[in-house]
Design a protein around this ligand. Structure first.
Ligand code: HPA
Length: 251
């Protein structure tokens, strides 16, 4: 991955369908704690090819923490304290854009945040001053390009654009909510993209999202959303995600 020196570990936060990272040569595991609490799971240190990587399962391992209860601050700070300066967030998402159907891979370029009540900043509490970070471009351009180049090199079908709409969950959306999100300009809907991206930005880390569409968003197909279709899309699409990750690290 460009911009990450070969010695600095790249952080990979795995979401639904990516609780462990096969292909990762595991060197060790550490259970850490931060002033914001404990991350979702132990940090798994290893190598993906030549690149040193720290993998963190966003929902825990096994998958047990719902999106609105993930301790995003602890996750990001734990990675930062482990030396990570570039983070790839892997997210399962629903597809709104007509080109973004199940098993499609997306490297989004923008975010709209609809979440509420989450611990979404490091800049609160007993402060001496108020901090407003710039968040015009939520995803790092160099890290995005590395994923895009890898997807092209490996011939994995993907989209190199997309607005990620982050919803609160854990329920899925109504058809009307998705229509509203579409009017807002969202191409994808997911529950974990925020505040993760903003917290990484607050610490000055490079952050990028690698999205896997696992279902058509509510009202975008002729049926309701089932866990079976989500599992099938994960089964179909996650190998492309892993291929892109491995290839981007090899550069
Ligand atoms: N909505 C919100 N989050 C999601 C979806 C969805 O349809 N699919 C996967 N994560």
């Amino acid at each position: 991955m460009t911009q990450a020196s070969s010695t600095a570990p790249v952080g990979i936060i795995g979401g639904t369908g990516l609780t462990t990272l096969s292909g990762l040569t595991i060197a060790g595991e550490s259970s850490v704690s931060t002033p914001w609490g404990e991350p979702s799971a132990p940090l798994v240190e290893g190598r993906l090819g030549e690149q040193s990587v720290i993998f963190l399962s966003r929902h825990g391992n096994p998958h047990r923490i719902p999106p609105h209860q993930v301790n995003y601050r602890a996750n990001i700070l734990a990675l930062y304290e482990a030396g990570v300066r570039t983070v790839v967030g892997v997210n399962a998402v629903g597809g709104i854009h007509p080109d973004m159907g199940p098993a499609h891979v997306v490297v989004p370029d923008q975010i709209i945040d609809y979440t509420w009540g989450r611990g979404s900043t490091f800049f609160e509490g007993d402060l001496d001053s108020v901090t407003h970070i710039d968040f015009t471009f939520p995803y790092d351009a160099g890290a995005r390009q590395a994923l895009i180049d890898a997807a092209r090199r490996e011939s994995v079908p993907f989209s190199d654009f997309g607005v990620y709409g982050a919803t609160q969950g854990p329920r899925l959306e109504t058809a009307a909510e998705i229509r509203r999100m579409e009017r807002d300009g969202c191409d994808l809907v997911g529950m974990t993209g925020m505040p993760e991206a903003a917290l990484a930005a607050e610490l000055g880390m490079r952050y990028v999202c690698l999205g896997l569409v696992v279902n058509w968003a509510a009202g975008k197909s002729d049926h309701i959303i089932t866990m079976e279709e989500i599992e099938e899309a994960i089964e179909q699409g996650m190998s492309g995600v892993k291929t892109i990750l491995a290839s981007s690290m090899a550069q």
